[in-house]
Ligand binder design. Structure first.
Ligand SMILES: [Ca+2]
Ligand SMILES: [Ca+2]
Length: 383
């Protein structure tokens, strides 16, 4: 009976493992070897645990280490000297995960100082030379290279006090940090980051604006690339389609025709500068053509005729404004006139839901007395 009850509880609460035991965290985590740059951890096996996860955070909650282990041992490295860390360890028992066991430790001081004189030389469009002063008694140096965004793109250990950074992208900001591993094997802290920007051969297009948008057309303009743009390639496709269409232009603008209404497209632009050098593609952006819907002037509720209800509907929306109709002359003749897009407000009158754009009978972008006049003018007409 007890076993059945335990199984039922396990099904209900999901915190018991296959043996009917709660999935416990590794509460015996012990620090056995603490150095300026790392720590070794050991703990007793937890009954029913398949594996363990250990996460190390700084006191500002930045995660600097996450790793899984099937045995009760883990060697953590890449830490900084004289820094307080928080450790979080938990067990995974079948489908169940234990709560965290939390512990703290502080790394000791390094036996040698961080490198001095860090600088960058010979910056090209795709490479740079990182240099720093030699540290007496250094075992080796550890350099790490990052994008300005903080994303690490490389790292190396070297006995020299310089390192050739390669494989960079033109016109981008990077930084590197370096530390020394002292003669006794303990790492120093990192020297302050050294920022640098690679040479620009042809800049990525920026300032992209959609200057006009219709049912089947779209126009775009952007800031000229630098230093000496020769041409641009505008690449566009229906969102998610396999292949791009291409338009080449010598000026920083383009108009697309023959698009489908109410369709979402995506596009990207690449510049070519003299050389020729090619820019990076601009980030993929989207636009959507307008839905091809029509307003019949005076049929304010879009039910197919002009009657007293339409007078009421125009009056009830009096003073609202929205996008003017697409045609420039804004005719009030009884015909289907393309409406540019939906106004913000839709309403429901007598179980009929419609957009307020239908109430703007003359298409000038406002609901007022003129629209009431059009409804009176076209009263009794049907389609
Ligand atoms: Ca109507
Ligand atoms: Ca109007």
């Amino acid at each position: 009976m007890k076993a059945i009850l335990t199984t039922m509880l396990a099904l209900v609460f999901g915190v018991f493992n296959a043996r009917g035991q709660i999935c416990s965290p590794p509460e015996t985590v012990t620090i056995v070897n603490l150095s300026p740059g790392g720590v070794d951890l050991v703990w007793d096996a937890v009954a029913g645990a398949d594996f363990y996860e250990v996460e190390i955070r700084t006191t500002d909650a930045t995660t600097v280490w996450v790793e899984e282990a099937t045995e009760g041992f883990m060697s953590v490295d890449g830490l900084l000297p004289e820094t307080e860390y928080i450790g979080l360890a938990r067990s995974f028992c079948g489908p169940n995960i234990s709560v965290y066991y939390e512990f703290t430790f502080t790394t000791p001081a390094s036996s040698c100082p961080a490198p001095t004189g860090a600088a960058v030389l010979n910056v090209t469009h795709n490479s740079a030379l990182a240099v720093w002063d030699a540290t007496p008694g250094a075992f080796y140096y550890r350099i790490e290279i990052y994008r300005a965004s903080g994303e690490q793109i490389g790292g190396a250990e070297t006995a020299n006090h310089s390192f050739a950074i390669t494989g960079l992208t033109q016109g981008r900001e990077y930084y590197f940090i370096v530390r020394v591993v002292c003669g006794d094997g303990s790492p120093s802290g990192f020297a302050a980051p050294v920022y640098f920007t690679t040479e620009t051969l042809c800049s990525t297009v920026t300032g992209i604006a959609i200057t006009d948008l219709g049912f089947t057309t779209a126009s775009f303009a952007w800031n000229p690339a630098f230093p000496d743009p020769v041409s641009y390639q505008f690449r566009w496709r229906v969102q998610g389609a396999a292949n791009f269409n291409f338009v080449n232009t010598s000026v920083p603008s383009v108009t697309l025709n023959g698009l489908n209404p109410n369709t979402k497209y995506e596009f990207t632009i690449r510049a070519t500068c003299s050389g020729p050098f090619f820019s990076e593609l601009s980030p993929l952006e989207t636009f959507q053509t307008f839905a091809l819907e029509h307003v019949w002037p005076g049929d304010a509720d879009n039910d197919g005729d002009v009657d007293l209800t339409d007078f009421y509907v125009v009056a009830s929306g009096y003073g609202l404004t929205g996008t003017p109709r697409y045609d420039e002359d804004q005719s009030v003749l009884w015909s289907a006139w393309p409406a540019r897009d939906n106004w913000a407000a839709s309403v429901n009158v007598r179980n009929l839901t419609f957009n307020r754009k239908y109430s703007d009978a003359n298409g000038d972008g406002a609901i007022d007395l003129f629209d009431l006049a059009v409804a009176i003018l076209n009263r009794g007409l049907t389609r």
